[in-house]
Design a protein around this ligand. Structure first.
Ligand code: ARG
Length: 466
């Protein structure tokens, strides 16, 4: 039948009070095995730690614990070999594994779920998964930062225009620009590290929501599973998904940084800018226009941000207004996190590859840095320093010089001394020392500034921390 009422048998895990099984639609909306099978390793690890603790505390026998451990090891190999048969009727990864355990070892399998509920079990599995993903992300960010540090070092004195409003502002060094991304990804990595510390508490033993009367030892399972300590409130434990939300928030901020970098790569690689050349490995051609080399990888990184931000909003919305403690709504947490994690990993890896491979076109950057009156501020500063003008007046005088250069279609440095003196008599030939872009960047030695000497200090600081 279309609504699936053909299924008669009740669920073998919880069907004691049920006369018939769920309709096909119920089964479809309820089942999570299609995606939570990803948690198999964490589920097995959690069960082994739980069984060991139950035996240690005399809640189950050593013999049953040994059977359980052996059976779980067999299941682990079956899943890894691809021979395990996942069943949607068994809803999720927890019941799939437990049912198989019963087939393998018989009645002892039924003792594993003592003093435990799927509510704390799923909280544990998912937390372990997210923690491992955060550790992986930390390593990937370190690789991305390392790629940027190398590029920054090679380009500590490569001059290019710095922009505000995407209009030429002041000359900067490419090394300095690279180091801006090191700061951004460094903050992302710090957030990752903080989140790992934050979520480093073991949920197992919270049971359904109220804890349990069995004499369990939650400190023992926490230690065995590599957590700092057990969580302190069983109600919060089974209803908390902050660790997933934190992962998604961190991923969203990081993806936002990646999207800005992606956008710059797209702009810089246009023939009009021509600041960089992407390697063939990270570009594609056009099926119709033979001259094209497209920055598809950067565009896709830019787009992945949409998915990742979407996942954050989706899970925030799922959790919003949920009463304590566990509700099935929370099953919707996993796909968002899995999808965001996969997208983020790909985006970081693609960016690391692009940054490592890209060709920096120093000549193009230098030429662009010299145009657009990028040293106008240097002229104004010179007037303040050497001719004693108040900055506001110097700004005005410089504006007149820019207007003249614009009218003549030349750069500031191309105006003659006579022309400059006609604008302000205090100008001397020393002014030409600051009108070059090299002099401009070399002068910006304030802490965190763009001067090559300063950029090298920033690189050394980060090298000591990466
Ligand atoms: N598949 C469920 C989830 O992902 C596991 C927990 C089920 N708990 C329950 N009380 N039905 O959330």
């Amino acid at each position: 039948m279309a609504d699936g009422t053909d299924q008669k048998s009740s669920n073998q895990m919880w069907g004691g009070r049920f006369a018939s099984g769920p309709s096909a639609i119920m089964e479809e909306i309820n089942a999570s095995i299609g995606f939570d099978k990803k948690l198999y390793a964490q589920d097995i690890r959690g069960s082994m730690a739980h069984a060991a603790m139950l035996a240690e505390k005399g809640i189950i026998s050593q013999e049953d614990k040994d059977k359980i451990t052996h059976g779980l090891n067999t299941i682990l190999s079956e899943i890894e070999a691809g021979s395990f048969e996942f069943s949607r009727k068994l809803e999720d990864i927890h019941m799939n594994i437990e049912a198989r355990l019963a087939t393998l070892i018989g009645p002892a399998a039924g003792r594993l779920h003592t003093a435990r509920s799927r509510n704390d079990q799923v909280a544990l599995d998912f937390r372990l998964w997210v923690k491992e993903e955060l550790q992986k992300t930390e390593g990937m960010l370190t690789a991305l930062i390392a790629a940027f540090l190398d590029r920054a070092e090679e380009n500590a004195d490569t001059v290019l225009p710095g922009f505000t409003h995407l209009q030429t502002a002041q000359p900067v060094t490419f090394g300095h620009h690279c180091m801006a991304y090191v700061e951004m990804f460094g903050r992302d990595r710090a957030r990752v590290r903080h989140a790992i510390e934050h979520m480093d508490e073991s949920p197992i033993g919270a049971a359904a929501l109220a804890g349990t009367g069995y004499p369990i030892d939650r400190h023992m399972t926490a230690k065995a599973l590599g957590f700092r300590e057990p969580t302190r409130n069983s109600i919060d434990t089974v209803s908390d998904r902050d660790f997933a939300l934190e992962f998604l928030s961190i991923a969203s901020i990081c993806a936002t940084h990646l999207s800005r970098l992606a956008e710059e790569i797209v702009i810089w690689s246009t023939p009009q800018f021509g600041f960089i050349r992407l390697s063939d490995a990270f570009s594609t051609g056009s099926s119709i226009m033979p001259q094209k080399k497209n920055p598809d990888a950067a565009e896709l990184v830019r787009a992945k941000t949409g998915r990742i931000n979407g996942s954050l909003i989706a899970l925030l919305t799922v959790m919003k207004g949920l009463p304590l403690a566990y509700s099935k709504d929370m099953q919707e947490d996993k796909e968002q996190v899995f999808d965001a994690a996969e997208s983020l990993e790909l985006a970081i890896a693609a960016m690391t590859g692009m940054i490592r491979d890209l060709e920096v076109r120093k000549d193009r950057m230098r030429a662009a840095a010299g145009s657009g009156y990028s040293t106008a501020t240097d002229l104004a500063d010179w007037l303040v320093r050497e001719a004693g003008l108040p900055f506001r007046d110097a700004h005005h005088v410089t504006g007149n010089a820019v207007a003249l250069a614009e009218k003549k279609g030349c750069d500031l440095a191309d105006l003659s001394l006579e022309e400059l003196q006609a604008i302000h008599p205090g100008i001397t030939k020393g002014v030409f020392d600051v009108l070059s872009v090299e002099a401009s960047v070399a002068s910006r030695v304030s802490f965190g500034g763009t001067a090559p000497s300063e950029v090298k200090k920033q690189i050394a600081w980060w090298r000591g921390r990466n």
